[in-house]
Design a protein around this ligand. Structure first.
Ligand SMILES: [Zn+2]
Length: 257
């Protein structure tokens, strides 16, 4: 069955992904974040797509530096997190967690995912369960905690964890190999991760992406979504500690990995 939305992911800059969503019913095109990379225009021209909507996840340069050029060329509606509006330009509209944004024959729900930056948000496409997580969640990892605090970041990840297992996960970076190696350093006997590492190595050797993932896979295997699993807590020496502290310890261990 053809899906209602066509989703394309383009590797840009060093490790970023630019992501495009086309509504097959209306022909409308949205993009998630706007890295500054001419590959984006080459891609859009080749597809003959003109974005009418840009969904920004957070203020970091590698997600917003292309906004000016995208605006000049396509003049889309640029939606940015209300909490980071002063640091992101240009933009037309601000949005906060809980909002529902119509797009073509569907809707995006805005989710609160603070921690990487304090105003970071993620977008969930309801009609074709898909999460655009920006730098809040990566495959087998999560974003570095620049702003924190750890308890808010953990709450945001728990909100993502409540999405259905079949949800397709797109995120802002290709970091999977590093993430899987780190996860295996915590739980070396985790068979699914061992197998996954092999697949990831093969994909990367051929310069192929390891994304998208699914939330079902991430819930079972991503240590940052498993801070309340005693096995992971024990691995970072936090057995029985409050979950947000376990999460902070996993994040710190990854920073030092
Ligand atoms: Zn970032």
């Amino acid at each position: 069955m053809t899906q209602k939305f066509e989703i394309e992911m383009l590797p840009v800059l060093d490790t970023n992904y630019a992501i495009f969503v086309k509504c097959r019913t209306t022909g409308k095109v949205a993009m998630v974040d706007a890295p500054d990379d001419d590959k984006i225009f080459a891609f859009l021209e080749q597809k003959q797509w003109r974005p009418s909507l840009v969904l920004v996840t957070h203020r970091h340069w590698d997600h917003v530096d292309g906004l000016e050029k995208v605006k000049d060329r396509y003049n889309p509606l640029i939606v940015v997190p209300e909490a980071e509006k002063d640091q992101i330009s240009p933009h037309n509209e601000t949005i906060s967690p809980g909002a529902i944004l119509p797009f073509g024959a569907g809707h995006f729900t805005v989710l609160s995912t603070p921690g990487h930056t304090s105003g970071h948000i993620a977008y969930y496409l309801q009609e074709q369960p898909t999460l655009f997580a920006g730098d809040a969640l990566f495959s087998i990892g999560c974003g570095r905690m620049f702003d924190g605090p750890a308890d808010a970041m953990w709450e945001g990840l728990k909100e993502l964890r409540r999405l259905p297992d079949e949800t397709t996960l797109y995120c802002g970076h290709e970091y999977t190999r590093d993430n899987v190696n780190f996860a295996l350093s915590l739980t070396p006997e985790h068979q699914a991760l061992r197998q996954h590492l092999q697949w990831v190595e093969e994909r990367r050797a051929q310069n192929q992406p390891t994304l998208p993932s699914t939330l079902g896979f991430e819930k079972a295997n991503n240590p940052f979504l498993r801070a309340d699993d005693p096995e992971v807590a024990k691995a970072v020496g936090q057995h029985g500690a409050p979950k947000a502290e376990v999460f902070a310890a996993i994040r710190k261990a990854k920073d030092q990995f």
